[in-house]
Design a protein around this ligand. Structure first.
Ligand code: CA
Length: 213
């Protein structure tokens, strides 16, 4: 099952729900830690994938994806663009692992994770069921996840239970009322997936155009 976003981000969930979300913080795209989700079986690997939105040339109406990162095995593997120019090019894509810049291809043999350049993107692959996580062309962050995780994940990508109708839920698995114009309709829901304020510097919060949340 697949999920992702591109451009000024146009997302599709695992179950095919589509939305544009212009919040400017760090959000859980996929997480196996959900209050309303089922407990992960012991042979599954717990992980989370976060996405960071930013502005582009000071545009206030729309956002772009600054980075996407995998947190697993107590490590953080981040695929990031260093430029503020869209679209992203391979020349300004950067891999960091636990904050340290790494060359590609990169292999973490102990944890079965590798990152390489594929076309104009960085692509991360794992052995635990995250088939691929890519970031690059068209400011596009896309992921493919083994279907076995379908009822154990939550986040902007929703779960993968083949029901798009429950994808706009909060961390307690409650549906969130959607309202507003096309640029603001998903703020209330999306802000549920914001990653705690300790994860980003205070000045970044001022860029969150969803100031009410
Ligand atoms: Ca669903």
């Amino acid at each position: 099952m697949s999920c992702g976003g591109w451009g000024d981000p146009h997302y599709h969930s695992f179950d095919g729900a589509t939305f544009n979300f212009q919040g400017r913080c760090i959000y859980d795209l996929v997480s196996t830690t959900c209050t309303g989700g089922k407990t992960l079986p012991p042979n599954y690997t717990p992980f989370s994938i976060q996405v960071k939105h930013t502005d582009h040339y000071g545009l206030t109406a729309v956002s772009f994806i600054k980075y996407v990162q995998l947190s697993a095995f107590n490590n953080t593997y981040r695929l990031e663009t260093t430029g503020d120019v869209q679209p992203v090019s391979i020349a300004n894509l950067l891999l960091t692992v636990n904050g340290l810049q790494k060359n590609t291809p990169f292999n973490d043999f102990a944890n079965g994770i590798s990152i390489q350049i594929v076309g104009g993107s960085l692509q991360l692959t794992t052995q635990f069921g995250l088939v691929s996580l890519t970031f690059g062309d068209a400011s596009s962050a896309q992921l493919a996840l083994d279907k076995k995780y379908s009822t154990y994940v939550c986040g902007l990508c929703g779960n993968g239970d083949d029901n798009a109708g429950n994808d706009f839920s909060d961390r307690n698995n409650n549906l969130v009322q959607l309202s507003g114009d096309d640029n603001t309709k998903y703020f209330r829901w999306g802000s549920n997936w914001k990653v705690g304020p300790t994860f980003y510097p205070a000045n970044d919060q001022s860029l969150d155009i969803d100031k009410s949340m």
